[in-house]
Design a protein around this ligand. Structure first.
Ligand SMILES: [Zn+2]
Length: 269
């Protein structure tokens, strides 16, 4: 599933279309997670793009008075294709047509979505989302306040999209390892110093993934695109029974909220 770093990388890849005119949107298959409304095609005719940004895992393309919200769902991705390279792939559901190039939304499982809205921040899919982990507002005080008032364990808390967006399952295990905190620790018992370390770790792992993603930007031009998680060097995720990089004890796998969780019982307390 595309996670926050993949979405951020996608936004960076299509950023060059800012200040360009989007000539039209062609919807080949409107049956995505939610039906693509007809107003999308009707509205988007020769519209000037003011900017392209991201909120959580939503790609936001702003026009003067409307905004196109794209979510990649489970298997969606965008690729950039030259108009003259006249080919079509299975599952190319939506095409954003520019002068010489187009952005193609390909999504085999069709859990992605496209909406047109005046104010995305008030949209039902976005308005209740939590804080951006790479923003300044995400700091030790914010996390400590969350921890104090939560009955969840720390892994569940940092993955709660209503509190913090974009900390996916892999990033949760990895950041807790870096911060030396056991995933099943009650959030209430996480100290201020640990909150500080955890904020630093979450930012570090997300930035690392985005940096890795940056090196795959060229893939946006290839028909294959880039798939799933970037090729990250991970410390614990998927490393059951392998030696911890720090203490060489075996990494253990547990299940928290039905999600595989990896940690080192020796390094993490
Ligand atoms: Zn260890």
């Amino acid at each position: 599933m595309p996670e926050l770093p993949e979405v951020e990388t996608t936004v960076r890849a299509i950023n060059k279309f800012e200040k360009n005119v989007l000539k039209e949107i062609i919807v080949n298959n409107k049956n995505l997670r939610w039906k693509v409304e007809e107003k999308v095609e009707e509205f988007v005719k020769n519209k000037f793009i003011q900017n392209i940004t991201r909120r959580a895992k939503y790609i936001l393309i702003f026009f003067e008075d409307q905004c196109l919200m794209i979510h990649l769902g489970m298997s969606g991705k965008l690729r950039i294709q030259k108009i003259k390279d006249n080919y079509f792939k299975k599952h190319d559901h939506v095409e954003l047509i520019f002068e010489n190039e187009k952005i193609v939304f390909n999504d085999p499982r069709r859990f992605g979505s496209i909406h047109l809205t005046r104010n995305p921040h008030e949209h039902r899919l976005i308005k209740n989302l939590g804080i951006e982990p790479l923003s300044k507002s995400f700091n030790k005080d914010y996390l400590a306040t969350l921890c104090k008032s939560s009955n969840l364990n720390i892994k569940k808390l940092i993955m709660d999209q209503r509190k913090i967006v974009g900390v996916g399952n892999i990033y949760a295990s990895e950041s807790l390892f870096l911060a030396k905190i056991k995933p099943d620790r009650p959030s209430k018992n996480v100290s201020m110093t640990e909150c500080k370390n955890l904020v630093t770790s979450i930012r570090k792992i997300l930035k690392y993934a985005i940096k890795k993603g940056g090196t795959t930007l060229k893939d946006f031009y290839s028909a294959d695109g880039s798939e799933g998680y970037f090729n990250l060097e991970l410390n614990v995720y998927g490393k059951e029974d392998k030696g911890c990089k720090i203490c060489h004890q075996k990494i253990i796998r547990t299940v928290i909220a039905k999600r595989a969780t990896y940690s080192c019982n020796n390094c993490q307390i």
